[in-house]
Design a protein around this ligand. Sequence first.
Ligand code: ZN
Length: 161
Amino acid sequence: MKIAQEKVVSIHYTLKNAEGSVLDSSSGSDPLAYLHGAGNIIPGLESALEGKEAGEKLAVTVEPGQGYGDRDERLVQDVPRAAFKDVQELAPGMQFQAQGPQGTRLVVVTQVAEETVTVDANHPLAGQTLHFEVEVAEVRDATAEELEHGHVHGPGGHHHH
Ligand code: ZN
């Protein structure tokens, strides 16, 4: 069965950055299951998988425009240190949930100064060229319920209670 619209696809993957460091991997856990054509995964990876079958391996390079987008420097902001008064040891790399006009965003502290703290709300992978090694584990038809919900149910997917 080939990967196409309305198929549920399970993949094992390793994601590396341009320097070759592993950023993410399904190794040692269940494969990632997604609904093909529903925008569950980044566009560059989804389009590369089109037409592939279980057992196939592929290497995919995804540019930012087909991945997590370009970095937006307007999302890097200085906020008063007082906003973090409940945090004991503030350090670069710490992550916080921040309320903004578009809802909750994850922000990363990039710099800590005496009066201000610099936070970055870009996706951590924004602006990066991504290198995936992918093995297709399984391809099956989606159920009517999965198509209605726009995501996969069961192993590797969503669990409803
Ligand atoms: Zn569902």
